[in-house]
Design a binder for this molecule. Structure first.
Ligand code: KIV
Ligand code: ZN
Length: 497
């Protein structure tokens, strides 16, 4: 039987504490709704006493999101708890998350107190919070650096006082995975009432071990994980939701699962990144732009032979449907064949060889060859030499000038040049072309598609013309949109000349 691991998302609390990542209430509701659709069990919506804005966000999220538990953070201070309870009054399932520092550093240098007094405050906070809501989570701040014997004493006492979840944060991201795992095991073995509460992990990433520590925590008995989308959070961040979820999904022998709809991971990651203006590093596990991108020829060949050769996760499982084969100058014929196959083209071996040479020329000039580039290359390869070719195009246009174009076409080996004016550079060019071709054609449709990716990408033009009752289509793509337009027009005309 598989056991469930509860996902407690703190993107809107620990994540939102990051400088520059602050969200307004409307944006927080948008993220909270996305987290609900993603399937998180608990949303930590804020720290209500910290500001009126945070208070308001917890109120509004409690009203807008009904499925997950909504949690508000407090210190072990009565006023904090009262304010959190007030902010959570509309929540369908409210939780108060209260706690205090338990490490030597925190007790002596932050709280100027003693272990006994801290134990008393911890118990009192849980008992006080229990007067307002049933579901109380207690955090032992800096548990990672807290002596295990004292930690066990505190945890036993707060569970006795009514804590339903006990959070063991590695606040400073200091522990090694084996130490953190051993800490959770110690609590399992030494806290008499530990089975009356769920153990939670809350790991920070100061030494890059947040996910590893969370995993050893789970392996040793924790059944709730505190995580953030994209791993954002204080300093080096928190454990990232997507990493833990996909580890549990991929490593089936652990016999553990979450209720996360993994297909929504990428969408949620992008939403959080955009709203928080916090880019995701390209090599970030699971959600980075390159996480499923194969660019070297050997890897591409391996993935094409069988995806599992170089991919341990099917990209579709996290909502990525795009091809993972990135075409660069290092790609081989197999990768090119694969990508044009995905676009629906089948070429003979000879044509593929020709195409490969043209592809390498483009790849040498561009970092990455995309689908649009491929369509143009395949189009040229498939259609062979044209009856009309655009040989040169010169255009003048702009404010206070009459748009004028001079066009040279080669028709069946012979060159013709004409100039014309128009109401714009494209109109002038088309008129010059028509003067040369001298056929009665009607332009039925002319579609320029905006460039959406980068400034070095191609603009696409589709043209539809009619001639003697028949319809002809032309297409071209070029980084120069006027050239692309004339090429597309000529492409259509070439079919009737
Ligand atoms: O890192 C930490 O210890 C925290 C607590 C407030 C849970 O964020
Ligand atoms: Zn934290």
């Amino acid at each position: 039987m598989k056991e469930k691991v509860y996902v407690f998302d703190t993107t809107l609390r620990d994540g939102e504490q990051v400088p520059g990542c602050q969200l307004n209430t409307i944006e927080k509701i948008e993220v909270a709704k996305a987290l609900e659709s993603l399937g998180v069990d608990i949303i930590e919506a804020g720290f209500p006493i910290s500001s009126p804005g945070d208070f308001n966000s917890v109120v509004e999220i409690s009203k807008a999101v009904r499925e997950p538990v909504i949690c508000g953070l407090t210190r072990a201070v009565e006023k904090d708890i009262e304010v959190a309870a007030d902010a959570l009054q509309y929540a369908e399932r409210p939780r108060i998350h209260t706690g205090i520092g338990t490490s030597y550093y925190h007790i002596i240098y932050k709280l100027n107190s003693t272990q006994d007094k801290i134990l008393e405050r911890a118990v009192a906070a849980v008992k006080y919070a229990k007067k307002f809501v049933e579901d109380i989570e207690f955090y032992a701040e800096d548990a990672g650096r807290t002596d295990n014997k004292y930690l066990a004493k505190v945890i036993q006492a707060v569970i006795k006082a009514g804590a339903t979840v006990v959070n063991i944060p590695d606040t400073t991201g200091y522990t090694l995975p084996e130490e953190f795992g051993a800490k959770i095991k110690y609590l399992k073995d030494h806290v008499e009432n530990i089975d009356d509460a769920i153990i939670s992990t809350h790991c920070h990433n100061d030494l890059g071990m947040a996910t590893a520590n969370t995993m050893t925590g789970i392996i040793n008995g924790a059944r709730q994980v505190e995580v953030t989308i994209n791993g954002i959070g204080e300093r080096a961040g928190n454990t990232s939701l997507e990493e833990v979820v996909m580890i549990l999904k991929s490593r089936k022998h652990l016999k553990l699962y979450t209720d996360i709809n993994s297909k929504r991971i990428l969408k949620t990651s992008r939403l959080v990144s955009n709203l928080m203006r916090m880019p995701v590093q390209p090599n970030k596990a699971i959600v980075g732009r390159n996480a499923f991108a194969h660019s070297s020829g050997i890897h591409q060949d391996g993935v094409i032979k069988r995806r599992e050769n170089y991919e341990i996760i099917d990209p579709r499982a996290v909502g990525i449907n795009e091809s993972s084969i990135v075409l660069t100058a290092r790609s081989g014929r197999a990768a090119l064949k694969h990508r044009i196959g995905l676009l629906g083209y089948k070429l003979s071996k000879d044509k593929l060889d020709n195409l490969y040479h043209e592809f390498l020329e483009v790849a040498d000039n561009k970092k990455e060859v995309n689908d649009e580039d491929l369509k143009v290359l395949v189009g040229k390869e498939k259609r062979g030499p044209r009856s009309i070719e655009l040989k040169s195009l010169q255009v003048t246009c702009g404010i206070n000038s009459i748009p004028t174009a001079t066009v040279t076409l080669e028709i069946q080996g012979e060159s013709f040049t004409e100039s014309a004016i128009g109401n714009g550079p494209i109109d002038a060019s088309f008129t010059a072309v028509k003067k040369i071709v001298n056929k009665k054609v009607r332009l039925e449709e002319f579609l320029i598609q905006a460039i959406t990716r980068g400034s070095n990408d191609l603009g696409k033009v589709h043209v539809q013309i009619t001639h003697r009752g028949s319809t002809y289509y032309g297409f071209s793509a070029n980084t120069d949109i006027i050239t692309a337009s004339v090429e597309a027009f000529v492409d259509a005309l070439a079919q009737i000349v």
